[in-house]
Ligand binder design. Structure first.
Ligand code: TYD
Length: 137
């Protein structure tokens, strides 16, 4: 299991173009993210008080963006926990492999957009926290 730490996860400021009619932010492979994007998915219509995540990935790298609204991401490397609020559509949180993450405190109507390095693979998930802790030792 990857010996990554929560401090390997970082905020990335994306291109932001201001227009009178609204803003636009752009993410391009090989320019704005340190991996090739093979999948995009987004969480929306999240009921009040609901949490998401609560798993780690073995190989997947992700850029998580609050495309609308806000939420908190609690990162955990088995040793240190770090909480980050995302509330700007032009800021992405790079989450490296081997990090347990929980997404909490979704604001009403928020959208969590995730750019991912690989296609969906359930075998890449660690969904049991005890197993995660053992693997990180
Ligand atoms: P999961 O990644 O556990 O959601 P979250 O971390 O947002 O709480 O995925 C929830 C369900 O959706 C799970 O049963 C698998 C399915 N899913 C796919 O089929 N493809 C995907 O790309 C993703 C991200 C999830």
């Amino acid at each position: 299991m990857n010996k990554t730490s929560v401090f390997d996860c970082s905020l990335i400021e994306l291109d932001k173009h201001h227009h009178e009619k609204g803003n636009i932010s752009i993410v391009e492979n090989g320019k704005d993210v340190p991996f090739d994007i093979n999948r995009v998915y987004y969480l929306y219509d999240i009921p009040g008080g609901e949490d998401r995540g609560a798993h780690a990935h073995k190989d997947l790298r992700q850029l998580i963006i609050a495309a609308s609204g806000s939420f908190d991401i609690v990162l955990d490397d088995g040793n240190v926990k770090r909480s980050i609020t995302l509330n700007r559509p032009y800021i992405g949180l790079l989450v490296v492999p081997g990090i347990w993450r929980e997404l909490i405190n979704f604001s009403s109507g928020s959208i969590c957009m995730v750019l991912a390095s690989h296609k969906y693979d359930e075998d890449d998930y660690i969904r049991d926290y005890n197993e995660f802790q053992v693997l990180k030792k």
